[in-house]
Structure formats: C-alpha cells, structure tokens
Design a protein. Structure first.
Length: 75
C-alpha cells in the first residue's frame, strides 16, 4: 500500500523554510565578504569573490535538497 503523507502543520513548515532561507542569505553574504577580503589581500581579480559564493550555493542547495526530501519529524 502507498503511504499517504499526513497533513503537516503549516506554521512549522514556514518556520523551517524561513530558517533555511536565512541560512542561505547569511552564507552567501559571508562568502562574498570573505572572497572580497581574500582578493584584496592576494591582489587578484575577483576570483575568490566569484568562486566562494558558487561553492556555498552548491553546498546549500545540496542541504536544501536533503532537508526538503526527508520525511517530517512529527506524525
């Protein structure tokens, strides 16, 4: 038999996704800041300012994919 998903609490889902979105924005901001500082320190063109946020994006999207595909904690 197929397991039907039970209706989840909408408020919990909103809080969960808002937290994931906040992590995304904070991580990208920190990566850009760190990349700009590294480029200034190493006297390079904006290599790190472009590469670090992309690496963070790949990592965060992987985490988002894992978080959104797991079954809910509550019954």
């Amino acid at each position: 038999m197929m397991n039907k998903r039970q209706p989840s609490n909408n408020k919990q889902d909103i809080i969960r996704y808002a937290g994931l979105g906040t992590q995304l924005m904070a991580a990208i901001g920190l990566a850009v800041f760190t990349g700009l500082k590294a480029d200034k320190w190493l006297h390079t063109s904006p290599v790190f300012a472009c590469v670090l946020p992309l690496l963070i994006l790949f990592g965060i999207f992987y985490k988002l994919f894992k978080e959104t595909n797991r079954p809910p904690d509550h019954e």
